[in-house]
Write a protein that binds this ligand. Sequence first.
Ligand SMILES: [Zn+2]
Length: 440
Amino acid sequence: MSRYWAEHVQLPSGLASRVRFEVTDGRFGAVDAGVDRESGDERFDGVVLPGFANAHSHAFHRALRGRTQADRGSFWTWRQQMYAVADRLNPDSYLELARAVFAEMTLAGMTVVGEFHYLHHDRSGRRYADPNAMGAALIQAAQEAGVRITLLDACYLSGGLDVNGHRPLDPVQQRFSDSSVTAWAERVAAMPESPTSRIGSALHSVRAVPEAALAEVADLAAPRPMHVHLSEQPAENHAVQAFYGCTPTQLLARHGLLGPETTAVHATHVTGSDITLLGDARTTVCFCPTTERDLADGIGPARALADGGSPICLGSDQHTVIDMFEEIRGLESHERLQSQERVGFTSAELVTAASAGGYNSLGWDGGRIAEGALADFIVVATDSVRTVGSRPDQVIHSATAADVRRVVVGGETVVSDGEHRLGPIAPMLAKALARLDDQP
Ligand SMILES: [Zn+2]
């Protein structure tokens, strides 16, 4: 058993002072606030927060960071650049890249990641000898980086949707598809879980899965977590309206795909009735503010969705930055820009979105510092040039990933004094990215 004491700890009831907490077998034991430190307690300066959940990641998109910013364009032109990276990955190079990317996440205080995985097959679209070689590489990468993972394995059947219906897969998209829902589900069912890895499902989008397949996906996905990209772009809404005569949210609802196990990613361009459908079903919504602004997607109705009953979580998605404080502030500041009012979400709500909201979305009993929960927590410095002077309950508004000093996952220290146990991560990233650049 390990015992800790800290001046400031974020508990489910709010920020508490002078807190002792214990960790046994990877879970929190007793948590007591307003008590003195005892001999043998390790002391944390700064603020202790629950570990962050990065609920929406495509690890390989990290290879595009700082390389797509020169030309005008849209989500769709960016996607062409993303496909070019996808075309170059194999299980070995993906392991190397994802290990470094997941390590970057742990440095940023992320203790669980939801990896939305659709890069399944080889460059010609054929299955690898192990049909789950790419997914296995991602799970191994997460384990080596010290972060929990829920692999959200995506069903992907068509190349897109326009007013005339679903398009065939283009050559790059062959890698994403299992050809049928049954083949997808059989492949996913063969993936083992472990104490630090879970398998969930994903529906890439209603662009990539025709209506005829939706009910079968809903059946096969249950009861595991199920994530879906939803209404990130107006073009998706227009195509679904033209071809199916409804909104993407209504299409999901019609086939039983909304509910507490479902997470809708983005939900940027949803209607008032979509918000009601999502909230009434208790569907979680995952916002990815740094991605949504980078890709010029728009600003989603976060407060309205939360008020409607949808839990909120956060993801760094395409990793234009990996910094949960940026996502937190993006969620809140985008709301301020829309509403022209300050404080749309309280600090406690923002911490919950960054932690417990994502843990629930990914099927883990964590993201909260409470007896019995997974002992995943981080320590944020309050003495850096960025954070000094901030009130402990408002430090999330001033800190960056660089202020994460300690990261503990299941009671094990992964990051100490801001250093990852694997050593310097930037050279790991550099090596993995150079390997991709060299590949034809
Ligand atoms: Zn995504």
